[in-house]
Design a protein around this ligand. Structure first.
Ligand code: FAD
Ligand code: MG
Ligand code: MG
Ligand code: MG
Ligand code: MG
Length: 551
């Protein structure tokens, strides 16, 4: 009876033995994601949780929209408006992504384990540290501030990396004004207290300087009329120009605008020491001078987290500054570790390293020489595998490799050309000069997270059917194309409702209309309708009432 009952139940369920079997397939592979920033969050949002058991680990239980961080430093936008709880983002219909609020302090690729530490609930004996094992690890811990081991920076300078940093800066700016306004200060002390110094003329430093200038002229000057003349903003930049990652036109426009606004630019100086009241700067001749300041913000680029440095040592990358991955974003030394976003860089293979293989691959008839036809047949593959080739051709205003080859042969006739290996080498000798490392931006981190998620989603299909079902075939011969960055443009807000933008195709746009483009794009890029509504209402409030200057 029991047996037949069981049979009936099975029948009522509509299950057959077949489906029972398929529901007992191997357990899902465990994917551990470190970090809830741009890269990690985008990966988690796009990975198929019916295929993987995904766990996220980060000391920050929210995603922060970093491009608006400079606006938080002056209260243009409130901190709560640019953050979204990670649990809200990763909540999916049925399949759940787990999240642990902890910091990973050790990665052990041999035992496929990450060791984590949390400071919540650490008063309980034996709690606070735990290991997590993985089948695949996705490292997306971002970068930390690089102080170049300059003495005094960590103690006396503000950073601008996290939401807390922006909040601290906001309080500190107000503090400086209140302090400078006290009755017992002499003029010199007031000047010093109201001297705001920004170290680093990259996008973050420049945007902060512009934002601070607006805050002071639009809001604070009216509230502190007696001391407004003592205010000074200085940007110290090691190189000759600011915003060097942008087009020259944008960089010069920014420099001119800063000059008109009275923001002082000290280019060609390096900060070598910071004390509580002065910064020591050095010029190219190694001559020191000191700058008294009231508040300093350090924004000079990225460094590597200690946990990553330790991991790099374990896998033999100790000679590098940044963790390197291959073009598929996998750490080449480890079968199952991937790294995306600011914590990693892609080590692009050089054409010259592979030139023999490329030659053999192209030489389909094994004749030892390449005809134009043979070269044309593999052009697409070469350009996909080595993006520098396309960049090189573009820089030479050539349309394809055949142009390069005719040029190297000094011939005008394409037909009848045959190249031996030496000639092939000579033709491609300079293309590797165009290997470029990608900058550390949210745009790239997000694209990498998305790309890797798509690879993960396809991975099982590819394993089960090595030839690939039709669906995969349609995606192209290369099931896993290497990561390619698509540039959608880059903004540099310069204050006074003016923004510069470098758009795809080297299109430059500067001014008030670009500021509106900036508003609309940044509103549309928000992760949720909640933050979108908050950010837009913050902007509106600022337009009508100005910024809040209370502590
Ligand atoms: P992050 O977003 O920094 O995320 C790292 C995550 O890892 C965080 O959640 C962190 O808590 C977590 N983490 C850290 N250590 C550990 C650990 N040991 N274990 C576990 N988790 C850990 N880019 C643009 O494209 N446009 C802009 O306008 C722009 N403006 C910016 C303005 C400012 C002020 C800043 C600071 C950056 C700006 N960027 C901008 C750059 C952009 O924010 C970064 O490139 C992007 O955040 C990189 O993403 P990520 O996921 O690699 O790192
Ligand atoms: Mg991240
Ligand atoms: Mg982030
Ligand atoms: Mg990177
Ligand atoms: Mg041949």
């Amino acid at each position: 009876l029991a047996a037949s009952g069981g049979g009936l139940v099975a029948y009522a369920d509509g299950r057959t033995d077949d489906s029972k079997e398929s529901s007992q397939v191997a357990p899902k592979k465990k994917v551990v994601v470190l970090g809830t920033g741009w890269a990690g969050t985008t990966f988690a949002k796009n990975v198929d949780t019916s295929l993987y058991d995904v766990q996220m680990i980060s000391p920050r239980n929210y995603f922060a929209f970093t491009p608006l961080l400079p606006s938080v430093t002056c209260g243009t936008v409130e901190p709560r408006s640019i953050v979204e709880p990670i649990r809200k983002i990763i909540r999916k219909k049925n399949e759940e992504i787990k999240y642990w609020e902890a910091e990973c302090f050790k990665i052990d690729p041999k035992s496929k384990t990450v060791y984590c530490r949390t400071d919540i609930g650490t008063n309980v004996e034996g709690h606070g540290e735990f290991p997590v094992t993985y089948d695949y690890l996705v490292i997306a811990v971002g970068a930390r501030v690089n102080t170049f081991n300059t003495p005094g920076v960590a103690e006396h300078c503000h950073f601008l990396k996290e939401v807390e940093d922006a909040q601290k800066i906001r309080r500190s700016v107000i503090d400086c004004f209140e302090r400078a306004n006290l009755p017992d200060l002499d003029e010199e002390e007031r000047r010093q207290t109201l001297h705001f110094v920004i170290v680093g003329g990259g996008p973050t430093g420049v945007e902060f300087a512009a934002e601070l200038h607006d805050f002071i002229t639009e809001d604070l000057a009216k509230l502190y009329p007696t001391i407004q003349d003592f205010v000074k903003i200085t940007v110290i930049q090691h190189g000759e120009h600011i915003l060097t990652s942008f087009d020259k036109r944008i960089s010069s426009f920014a420099e001119e605008k800063f000059q008109r606004d009275g923001i002082e630019l000290q280019t060609g100086f390096k900060v070598v020491k910071v004390s509580d009241k002065t910064l020591t700067i050095q010029n190219a001749m190694h001559e020191d001078s000191s700058i008294p300041y009231g508040m300093a913000v350090w924004s000079t680029g990225n460094g590597t987290h200690p946990v990553i440095l330790d991991f790099m040592k374990q896998i033999g990358q100790e000679h590098r500054r940044v963790l390197a991955t291959n073009e598929w974003l996998r750490v080449a030394e480890c079968e199952s570790v991937y790294a995306i976003g600011d914590c990693a860089t892609i080590a692009q293979r050089k054409v010259m390293e592979d030139i023999l293989e490329i030659f053999r691959f192209a030489d389909k008839d094994n004749s030892g020489t390449l005809t134009v036809k043979e070269i044309q047949d593999v052009l697409g593959d070469i350009c996909i595998r080595y993006p520098q080739v396309e960049l090189y051709l573009k820089s030479k205003h050539m349309s394809d490799i055949v142009d390069l080859i005719t040029a190297s042969k000094g011939d005008i006739q394409k037909e009848g050309i045959e190249l031996n290996i030496e000639e092939f080498k000579k033709a491609l000798a300079n293309v590797d000069s165009q290997v470029k490392s990608l900058p550390a931006t949210a745009q790239i981190a997000a694209q990498q997270g998305n790309y890797l998620a798509r690879c993960f989603n396809k991975m099982r299909d590819c394993e089960e059917e090595p030839e690939g079902p039709q669906r995969i075939k349609e995606l192209g011969r290369h099931r896993f194309l290497p990561f390619r960055y698509k540039h959608f443009g880059q903004f540099a807000p310069l204050g006074g409702e003016q923004t510069a933008a470098q758009l795809p195709g080297d299109w430059i746009s500067i001014g008030h209309s670009t500021q509106w483009l900036w508003y609309s794009i940044y509103a549309s890029k928000q992760v949720s309708w909640r933050t979108r509504a908050l950010v837009i209402s913050d902007w509106t409030r600022r337009f009508i009432f100005g910024r809040d200057s209370s502590r």
